[in-house]
Design a protein around this ligand. Sequence first.
Ligand SMILES: Cc1cc2nc3c(=O)[nH]c(=O)nc-3n(C[C@H](O)[C@H](O)[C@H](O)COP(=O)(O)OP(=O)(O)OC[C@H]3O[C@@H](n4cnc5c(N)ncnc54)[C@H](O)[C@@H]3O)c2cc1C
Length: 390
Amino acid sequence: MKTRVGIVGAGPAGLLLSHLLHLEGIDSVVIESRSRQEIEATIRAGVLEHGTVELLRKTGIGARMDREGFVHEGVYLRFAGTTHRIDFKALTGRSIMVYAQHEVIKDLVAARLEAGGMLLFEVKDAAVYDLDTAQPTIRFHQRGKVEELQCDFIAGCDGFHGITRPSIPSRMRHEFTRVYPFGWFGILVEAPPSTDELIYAHHERGFALVSTRSPQIQRLYLQCDPNDELKNWPDSRIWDELHARLETREGWKLAEGRIFQKGVIAMRSYVVEPMRYGRLFLAGDAAHIVPPTGAKGLNLAAADVRVLSKALTSFYKSGNEQALKDYSATALRRVWRAEHFSWWMTSMLHRFHDETPFHHRLQLAELDYVVTSRAKAQTLADNYVGLPLE
Ligand SMILES: Cc1cc2nc3c(=O)[nH]c(=O)nc-3n(C[C@H](O)[C@H](O)[C@H](O)COP(=O)(O)OP(=O)(O)OC[C@H]3O[C@@H](n4cnc5c(N)ncnc54)[C@H](O)[C@@H]3O)c2cc1C
């Protein structure tokens, strides 16, 4: 098989890249180790930045998002028993969309298949070769047969645990990592929304987040031990912790319901530089990870592939390689901004295991500054709704 761009991974990065390239008349093949059903059912991110929303709309895949997603014009910060709103619309003129990642995936898969796109699911043992030549290759097994895909370029969109990043010689990889000493215990609940916008809560017992998925389904998170096990969290303990961490002086009420999914998410910051080796370009979680506090993971994946698709388009339309040469530096500028924002939100809102009363007071002072200084609130709002796309 031959294609112009071979894409490893059908997550948001790989599918959106394939879609953007298709709109420019550039053919690609996406290979994915999981089944279509699995990728369409994996619950992950839920907040889309303004720029991501606009990109989906402009490229013809925003219709269901506009019908079923929720536009939020702010978020609540809750600390010391009081709730404060950060008004995105007033501060930036922009807003965010709450629309689940697996719904974005469904929309992208449908659009690619409708356009006759090549998506190969359930491939095994993918490996990439000849990355520093003009014809890199992807080899994989499908239905018991060895397949070879010859490409002009390969996009490594296979997430943090994929095979493309480790295929770059280690001497060419500069890695930056921070592992946080806590995780998030996430639940999905059958209940009506308890709030019209997301609530980020700072509490002595640890962080909590109230988010939504639909008028019937809510997504709630609690800071927990990163190695915690589900069996340690019977429903009664989850509700007790959520009530304790979210209670306010005004008597705010959390709507309870049947918990139908539980999971622990580890928290890590990670970046590899550069995001290119020869004709392999990394995008999304394959190149960087953020803790979910800033809601940036999915949005960074979209921003990367937007830059990459423009660079590949420029190459195919004019033969000019400059944008491809600039890809890593251009993408990394936004990546590090998001890394900083995610680290800042995480540091400000979570309880650290070695936290002293002094540190706790500093967090409260910072939160108080965010909700009373227009400049500081603007910083949070600008970053949360997302800087304009390149
Ligand atoms: C449990 C969890 C919860 C999260 N929650 C949030 C959140 O609340 N907010 C937020 O902003 N972000 C969140 N994130 C991060 C966000 O979901 C990711 O940043 C986003 O999915 C990145 O998209 P991607 O396409 O780069 O990678 P992925 O979505 O990881 O997609 C990579 C794809 O590549 C495939 N693949 C991997 N290896 C191979 C291989 N060898 N061959 C073929 N295919 C392969 C995988 O099966 C996968 O489908 C969460 C992540 C996780 C894991």
